[in-house]
Design a binder for this molecule. Structure first.
Ligand SMILES: [Zn+2]
Length: 327
């Protein structure tokens, strides 16, 4: 709005968030959010409490773990899946998996044991710098993608296909990988900034490219997700740009640096019509962990809103391969 007293550059033409269309939220607190050197893996009781709070907020989907990571990860993921079934929650679960059968099999097992579909979020490195360090060819990535996605789809799992560091991957490789995943049966694609590289313009351009060059030509109905880390404090701005470019779902909620859920909720409050969301409050998982992250559990319902003061650095050691992946 412009007047004699104020000139508002915000009112100039630019990427617009499409009105009316709901945007879904995928909560990564219980998976990506725990990939951090200073965050203890919460007890299963604390994880279940966080899951219920996600449900109470109306969060659409949640990543409930990477069950291929080991015995405890498997047990906790199964317990969370059982809780969703027994409490008749609406939230829809997904699990992370490398594009390996050994990571996908546990998701198939848990899905069958609890009697509920669980989407497999199969991820793979893709950027040129990662390919150089790992000595991977694009052909190898394509074969791995096809094998993994078909394996999960043949077992009846919905597949979200993810590439790490998509924001620094060349367009031809992005197109080849995601097109292969879609041909192999993936019906949701996740575009990532796993290193905090993206600017709002980059997020917009990548999502627009994926929709125009990959999704539309496929002729399939494909959900497009944006997963952006917050290393430079741009995760919320990047998520809004991704939505403006047509993303269906953004990833939020963390202990480590994805677009923080309370920020996303703040945006919702300002743009409820644009987001089609009505989330009256947020919660801070750090509060549920009692501030100690030592397994000590305090539950302060009165404190379960607003942002946490603490910020944690990303884990930049365990998964570093030429660059810093943390998905
Ligand atoms: Zn991530």
């Amino acid at each position: 709005m412009n007047s004699d007293l104020i000139y508002d550059w915000n009112s100039c033409k630019g990427p617009e968030i499409p009105p009316g269309g709901p945007v879904m939220l995928n909560d990564e607190t219980l998976r990506d959010g725990l990939q951090n050197p200073s965050v203890h893996d919460p007890s299963i009781e604390q994880k279940i409490e966080i899951l219920h709070l996600m449900e109470s907020l109306g969060i659409d989907t949640a990543n409930i773990g990477l069950p291929g990571a080991g015995h405890r990860a498997y047990a906790d993921t199964e317990a969370l899946a059982r809780e969703i079934v027994s409490a008749r929650m609406k939230i829809r679960p997904n699990c992370a998996a490398r594009t390996h059968k050994s990571d996908i099999k546990p998701i198939i097992e848990i899905s069958e044991r609890v009697g509920m579909p669980i989407a497999a979020a199969t991820f793979i490195g893709s950027s040129p710098i990662r390919r150089l360090v790992e000595d991977w060819t694009v052909e190898h990535l394509l074969r791995t993608t096809e094998d993994a996605v078909r394996f999960a789809v043949d077992a009846g799992l919905p597949v979200m296909y993810v590439t790490e560091d998509t924001i620094r991957t060349d367009p031809s490789t992005v197109k080849a990988l995601y097109s292969t995943a879609i041909r192999s049966g993936a019906r949701e694609i996740v575009l990532c900034d796993t290193v905090g590289h993206a600017t709002p313009r980059g997020a917009f351009n990548l999502v627009k490219f994926a929709i125009e060059e990959i999704v539309r030509p496929s002729g399939e109905k494909i959900l497009v997700d944006w997963h952006g880390h917050n290393d430079r404090g741009l995760a919320v701005a990047n998520s809004l740009s991704a939505v403006a470019a047509g993303a269906d779902q953004i990833h939020a909620g963390n202990l480590a640096g994805r677009a923080r859920r309370e920020h996303a909720d703040g945006v919702d409050a300002g743009e409820p019509a644009a987001f089609g969301l009505d989330r009256p409050r947020s919660f801070d998982p750090e509060e549920i962990l009692g501030g100690s992250r030592g397994g000590h559990s305090h539950h302060h319902p009165a404190k379960l809103s607003g942002g946490g003061a603490r910020r944690f650095p990303h884990r930049h050691g365990r998964a570093c391969r030429g660059d810093c992946e943390s998905l």
